[in-house]
Design a protein around this ligand. Structure first.
Ligand code: HEC
Ligand code: HEC
Length: 289
């Protein structure tokens, strides 16, 4: 009898130890990646790099959607907060909260996805922002210094079990710093005109994070399960579209079938894109197969 009990105990405990071991391994692996220190120095701008506060405002408020995550007043909000995925909190980036940060440290957070202590930032879309030109990046920092300071405490980041599994199995790039080539040179920004080059600059810095680097769309990395996949923006996806269809999609959030384009496509922001921005994007997308 004792023997049977003993064996049953062993047989039953194997999966329990297995599961406990897996959980332990997952949490160790997650914390070693989240607590890694990156030896990337704060961004140093060349002396001839000019910051333009109005350009920074346009990038933060409209073009690059910082307000979508950091909140309309930029004082921070939860990007997601549920049991399975955990909590991801987009921090307060108003002057009070960043008063101990140098401009180079703020720029490093945006361009490299690296926090003040050198740690990788969770879900901050630096995989797009790494392509901002030096002057656009300097303009963003300059603008952030001018917004109204709001005293609001940050909440801690806490990855839930599903997010942890996605991270260890590399199914979702929750830590963009891991994927960025930190020694790359700045991209050069073409003049803001209706051109393929400016369209590509906008797409690289504002669209590929969701529509994927080849613009073929698909499930959005790190997004919750109720988000629809991003659509294919190459000629395979948009081949039959006319320019007017694209303008309507961007300005009114309606596709050629007359359907409302769903979140998280940031249609409230693309509605505010200028004619130049929309037409440049259209010119570029027609070259992408
Ligand atoms: C998809 C959501 C999202 C968008 C869009 C986004 N951020 Fe973030 N950002 C975050 C999250 C989440 C954090 C905190 C990550 C952490 O602490 O690990 C963060 C952190 C930061 C930090 C570091 C602040 C700190 O206290 O650690 C800065 C600076 C920042 N973001 C600036 C920007 C700017 C500027 C833009 C637009 C160009 C932007 N963010 C767009 C989600 C976002
Ligand atoms: C935060 C994620 C996100 C970002 C950033 C984003 N998109 Fe989207 N986009 C989506 C999703 C998701 C859909 C599909 C929505 C649906 O199924 O209704 C979509 C749909 C579209 C559509 C409609 C396509 C169709 O076939 O109906 C167009 C056009 C589009 N996006 C263009 C852009 C452009 C251009 C940019 C950059 C300026 C951009 N998107 C940035 C998530 C995003």
């Amino acid at each position: 009898m004792n023997k049977i009990l003993k064996w049953t105990g062993i047989v039953l405990s194997v999966p329990v130890i297995g599961v406990a071991g897996l959980v332990g391994w997952v949490s160790l692996s997650v914390s070693s990646r989240m607590n890694k220190t990156y030896q990337v120095p704060p961004v140093q701008f060349a002396v001839d790099v000019k910051a333009d506060i109005a350009v920074g405002e346009r990038i933060v408020q409209i073009r690059n959607g910082c307000v979508d995550c950091h909140g309309p007043d930029l004082a921070g909000k939860a990007v997601m907060d549920n049991g399975a995925m955990g909590r991801v909190y987009a921090n307060n980036i108003t002057p009070g909260a960043l008063k101990d940060w140098s401009d180079g440290e703020v720029a490093r957070a945006i361009r490299h996805g690296i926090g003040k202590k050198g740690q990788p930032l969770v879900l901050m879309p630096s995989h797009d922002y790494q392509y901002l030109s030096a002057s656009d990046l300097a303009s963003v920092v300059a603008y952030l210094r001018t917004v109204k300071a709001v005293a609001k405490e940050n909440q801690s980041q806490k990855l839930g079990p599903i997010a942890s599994m996605l991270l260890v199995t590399n199914k979702a790039p929750l830590l963009p710093a891991e994927k960025i080539e930190h020694t790359a040179a700045f991209h050069v920004k073409p003049p803001e005109t209706v051109s393929v080059e400016f369209g590509q600059y906008l797409s690289d810095t504002a669209c590929i994070g969701c529509h994927s680097p080849n613009l073929k769309g698909g499930p959005i990395p790190g997004g919750p399960p109720d988000w629809p996949p991003a659509k294919d923006l190459t000629q395979t996806g948009l081949g039959k579209w006319k320019e007017a269809d694209f303008v309507k999609a961007m300005k009114e959030g309606i596709n050629p079938q007359g359907e409302k384009i769903k979140a998280p496509m940031p249609t409230a922001l693309t509605a505010k894109y200028s004619e130049t921005e929309v037409k440049a994007l259209w010119a570029y997308l027609q070259t992408v197969n």
